[in-house]
Design a protein around this ligand. Structure first.
Ligand code: 6MZ
Length: 354
């Protein structure tokens, strides 16, 4: 086999492998084709989408001069294209379909409820929930929703989002599974969101926190000590990447699963290159890792591409790659779907004799 054939082989293997996506922001996941359809919808409704931005502006590639903090401005492009309920519903269903077409069998999509001129925060959540419920009729991918709290928001707004999240979790437990904290990591303080997050946890919701996107050991320690069900990124926890011995030891001891987003971390320059990622150290320390896309539209990637990059960077064979997907399925928030998804991946492993 030539090197090219080998690469092709890994590409189709990663594509075919049944995968789970546990860290995908709706606003950052819009593809070029989805954005074009949304623009058309706005044009047909006679409502300007307030953005003439080209897709190039939305995407942050490896050599881009923009860093993590600049990255938060590009989401306004996605927000301008999802301000109407019809557009938000379309963005949700097209994005779920794209994940399915990439071989993803289970997704926990996340999004930040916002009030727009065309809908309230409550209508925002309801629109996504109903789009997910409709998608379960025509799509085979199992789709769930995690409601995001933006770190830039006030405690009052976070409480309001939490009230709605709990209400929807109680009314639609088959769709809404958790709540998360994200947004610009330089804004806000974790401790201000603890009361809201604790309420969600007490109501039975699962919690994931963006943790370690910037060098802030004190906050990382507070977050880990609070014992979320999963953390996102976890980049600056290892001392080699800006963490401290204490933060790394806390993670190793608590073994909180980390949703890792390789391309996102490279393109926003949190790490110098793929090889520098903490993936290997986490595996060695038996800290569970879950390969995720973060913002597949912004970072021009896909879940199968992230698996392939991981395999190539860390020299994994197909059996090891398949076990990454299997291990990831252990950390999904929906108890009922977990066994179903695990069985699907196990079946694939057996069929491929891996
Ligand atoms: C932190 C991020 C993020 O919620 O409007 N978001 N938060 N770190 C990241 N790493 C690059 N990528 C995306 O989707 C867009 C929102 O997700 C969060 C930001 O708050 C962003 O505004 P939704 O669907």
């Amino acid at each position: 086999m030539t090197q090219n054939e080998l690469v092709m082989d890994l590409t189709s293997f990663c594509r075919e492998l049944p995968k789970v996506e546990l860290h995908a922001h709706l606003g950052g996941s819009l593809s070029q084709s989805t954005m074009l359809q949304l623009k058309r919808l706005y044009a047909d409704s006679g409502i300007p989408d307030k953005t003439n931005a080209f897709f190039d502006e939305f995407q942050i590639a490896a050599g881009d001069t923009r860093s993590l903090s600049d990255c938060f401005q590009v989401f306004s492009i996605a927000h301008s294209l999802t301000s109407m309920p019809q557009a938000l519903a379309l963005a949700t269903s097209l994005t779920l379909e794209e994940f399915q077409n990439d071989g993803c069998v289970y997704i926990e999509l996340r999004s930040t409820p916002r009030e727009t001129p065309y809908m309230s925060k409550k209508e925002y959540i309801d629109t996504i929930v109903q789009a997910i419920r409709r998608s379960s009729i025509n799509l085979t991918i199992i789709s769930k929703l995690i409601i995001s709290i933006d770190r830039r928001s006030t405690s009052q707004s976070a409480e309001e989002t939490t009230d709605l999240a709990i209400e929807f979790y109680q009314n639609y437990p088959e769709v809404v599974v958790g709540i998360e904290l994200s947004g610009d990591p330089t804004a806000g303080q974790f401790k201000d969101f603890v009361p809201a997050l604790t309420r969600a946890r007490e109501a039975g919701m699962k919690i994931t926190l963006h943790c370690g996107e910037i060098c802030n050991p004190a906050e990382i320690l507070e977050m880990l000590a609070w014992k979320p069900d999963r953390i996102g990124h976890g980049t600056m926890i290892h001392p080699r990447l800006g963490g401290t011995t204490e933060t790394w030891e806390a993670l190793c001891q608590l073994k909180i699963p980390v949703e890792i987003c390789l391309t996102s971390n490279v393109n926003t320059k949190l790490i110098a290159n793929y090889e520098a990622h903490q993936f290997k150290e986490c595996c060695e320390a038996m800290v569970p890792v879950i390969i995720c896309t973060d913002d597949k539209g912004v970072f021009a990637t896909s879940l199968s591409q992230e698996y392939q990059i991981c395999a190539e960077t860390f020299g994994l064979d197909q059996s090891q790659v398949a076990r990454l997907a299997l291990d990831a399925s252990q950390h999904i928030f929906d108890d009922d779907a977990r066994k179903l998804v695990t069985d699907k991946i196990l079946n694939f492993i057996e069929c491929k004799e891996l």
